[in-house]
Ligand binder design. Sequence first.
Ligand code: UT7
Length: 325
Amino acid sequence: MKRIRSVVRGCGSYLPPRLVTNKDLMEFVETSDEWIVQRTGIEQRHIAADDETTSILGIKAAEAALADAGLQASEIDLIVCATSTPDYTFPSTATMIQNGLGIHHGAAFDLQAVCTGFVYGVATADKFLTSGSHKRALVIGAETFSRILDWEDRTTCVLFGDGAGAIVLEAQEGEGTPADRGVLTSHLRSDGRYRDKLYVDGGPGSTKTTGVLKMEGREVFRFAVGMVTDVVRDAFESTQTTAEQLDWFVPHQANKRIITASAEKLGIAPEKVVITVNKHGNTSAASIPLALDTAVKDGRIKRGDLVMIEAIGGGFTWGSALIRW
Ligand code: UT7
């Protein structure tokens, strides 16, 4: 039976120019390139300049995605920006991006699911587009995590970076089968009992400050593989597809060890796994669209490919989406 699908029209990304290597970090925290690479796979991260806010990164990624899609900004009627590091408490970063793009119609809002934000964003935009209420959406993941790090805490500050990525989704009619292009399924989960494993210790409604990121890394690691493999299996089951049929696995880029352990558990061949965490660290909601854009631009992901995205983040939140590109 025919149905509306949210089809990817284009993607784009942006990394701030300032590059900070593991060796650079050794100048102010007790760490080593060897420890960071061995435990995480991270070699470098990009850090935004003081005047480069999350909305500025988001605008640049969105402009690149629009150019890739061959669309004008005026053709977008929905903007979903996934971020945990908004420019301001309000207005939303999404409305600032909307204004920066010169769009003055439609709807724009932020969505906060930390590192799972982009998966939540894709799932949310998909509901809007498949309901028929909107036609073309920009889904953006944009972060300046460097602003919420404790730069004296070596257990967290070496892990994160800044950046943004975006995709354009367009409502198009499909046949209603897994052969359709577009978002085929999405699976979102959350469980607030895990709040203390990964959180920021401030906020407008509690401390009236921004706060800094706190994480029990080993604990997050312990839960991550099981949780993400569960939601990826849900996506396979609901579309009656298998790991063998998958062309590309594009997970949240937090730690190379989590990525490879998850792929192995799911029976996904290593050559199908897109890894970019070495180049930009954990950019939270921006990490999946940054990885997608890298693999599209270097020719790996092609039109018609079956692509699985998944993530876990603070909350905990976790989720997956299966997309035929
Ligand atoms: O995006 C949201 C999801 N977040 C994640 O996915 C993060 C998940 N967790 C992880 O990626 C890993 O747990 C970490 C990379 C954070 C840590 O790796 P680990 O293998 O779990 O190490 P650990 O926390 O067990 O620490 C091992 C040792 C400790 O020393 P002792 O207690 O064994 O003497 C740490 O103090 O490594 C020490 N350590 C460091 N050493 C050098 C912690 N951070 C550093 C550092 N440099 N930066």
